[in-house]
Ligand binder design. Structure first.
Ligand code: 5AD
Ligand code: SF4
Length: 437
């Protein structure tokens, strides 16, 4: 009888790709994907703990499965990812949700197959969280779900210890895959027809540290020079490691998208220092200047946090002013979330919720106005879209241009996975509506 899996993913692109690896394992074990949780023989929660709401969201959904599990005793529930990797969280989870069958962390994802097989043969839950062993997994077979886009890990973990961030504690020390393995994976994807490759790491710019291998700009250059009709992206870059050489490599390689995600977090030097970001706002702006010198049309996107402990009105103003100066194409905006175990969690002057709320609303409205301004400039222009899918509601195909802007258009034929030129007729907030030319 056919067995089905259902995976729920929280958090970032890194997690989305890890869920593809989980799906690959389940596929090997004879499970198929299904879009109805009630039909699933195994449900996997791939969790995130970067902010409290991501964590609460997962707890809520795991709780909601209690009834289904009572009706379907053979259904396996597995919980893995960043949340379970946090100190003590696996035990809490087991206590709170005793019906969860498998609990694993980020460092033992490669043993997931073993855990499912073990659980199939016994009643007792399988709970294992491992310490960071520094191992770089190879030979995984992700079941990719986002054709024509594909993600490729180049580094794992993070050594930066930004004071607000839990990632270094749950994903371990930074380590890089060998360039040989990365390039082989990318080549394989291009041969299979993937058209957009995104290199992934918490800080791709520090790729290769500790290895006698290529630097990140050299790796990027080598991949961008591979034969084939594809686009190349990378994320995320830490501004402190963003170099002139990297800007030059982007400029020299048309396959590298003119779109760089460079999280600034705050525009205030005092806050940046307290965040342990290791740059000032002036140094950040200088990096942008270098980037624009080599790649004048480059779209820049960012991450911003409001309500960091001690953030004054003046600090917040400095963030707004930097956002205007850079004129970001788009930005992810977050309210600071206190994470146990981080340095910032112990800082005095945690900001009251209502102050953070007011600031985030102001910032979101500023970012939206910039994004709308960029969109308006597109009207009348012809852009190249990589078609990613079809929107049933809008009855239009959709995809992104190299600057990351979403465009919608009608087409008589299925063009998913193709590069399509569209003339932009209308800008609708962040997205563009156009017609094929
Ligand atoms: N609170 C709010 N935002 C956070 N981020 C990371 N940790 C926190 C936190 N504790 C944001 C940063 C980072 C993005 C991935 O998530 O902006 O760049
Ligand atoms: Fe977190 Fe900073 Fe590492 Fe990014 S660079 S994952 S924000 S510690």
């Amino acid at each position: 009888m056919q067995k089905y899996y259902y995976i729920i993913t929280y958090g970032c692109q890194m997690n989305v790709h890890e869920s593809e690896k989980i799906a690959g394992v389940l596929n090997e074990l004879g499970y198929s994907d299904c879009n109805d949780i009630n039909k699933a023989d195994i449900v996997v929660f791939n969790t995130c703990c970067i902010r409290e709401n991501a964590e609460n969201h997962a707890y809520g959904n795991i709780g909601m499965l209690k009834k289904l599990k009572a009706e379907k005793r053979d259904m396996i529930i597995a919980v893995g990812g960043c949340l379970t990797q946090q100190m003590g969280k696996a035990d809490n989870l087991h206590e709170k949700f005793p019906y969860v069958d498998i609990i694993f962390g980020t460092h033992n994802l490669h043993k997931f197959k073993e855990y499912v097989l073990l659980k199939q043969s016994r009643k007792k839950p399988v709970i294992e969280i491992e310490e960071d062993s520094g191992v770089v997994c190879e030979g995984e077979t992700p079941l990719r779900t986002s054709y024509p886009n594909a993600w490729v890990n180049i580094t794992y973990g993070c050594n930066n210890f930004c004071s607000y961030c839990i990632v270094p504690y749950v994903r371990g020390r930074e380590r890089s895959r060998s360039s040989e393995n990365i390039i082989a994976e990318v080549k394989g994807l291009i041969e299979k027809g993937y058209k957009e490759i995104t290199l992934l790491g918490q800080n791709v710019n520090s790729y290769g540290h500790g290895l006698n291998d290529l630097s990140f700009p050299k790796l990027l250059d080598k991949i961008a020079k591979l034969d084939g009709n594809f686009r190349l992206r990378f994320m995320t870059s830490h501004p402190k490691d963003f170099s002139e050489e990297l800007a030059r490599v982007i400029a020299e390689n048309p396959k590298i998208c003119r779109c760089v995600h460079l999280p600034v977090q705050s525009g205030s030097d005092a806050v940046l220092e307290a965040m342990n970001r290791k740059y000032t706002s002036a140094e950040y702006l200088y990096k942008i200047e270098i980037l624009k010198k080599y790649v004048p049309d480059c779209a820049v996107t960012t991450d911003l946090i409001v309500g960091f402990p001690g953030e004054t009105d003046e600090d917040f103003e400095a963030t707004s002013s930097l956002v205007k100066k850079v004129n970001y194409a788009s930005a992810f905006t977050f309210v600071y979330s206190r994470r146990d175990g981080t340095v910032a969690a112990k800082m005095p002057n945690q900001i009251p919720e209502e102050v953070s709320k007011k600031r985030i609303m102001e910032l979101v409205s500023l970012v939206n106005s910039l994004t709308r301004g960029h969109s308006a400039e597109y009207v009348g222009k012809t852009i190249e879209i990589l078609c990613e899918g079809y929107d049933d509601k809008k009855e239009m195909y959709l995809g992104r241009d190299e600057f990351g802007r979403m465009g919608y258009f009608k087409s008589e034929t299925d063009v998913i996975g193709e590069f399509v030129n569209i003339k932009v007729l209308k800008a609708n907030g962040v997205s563009l509506i156009g017609e094929r030319v």
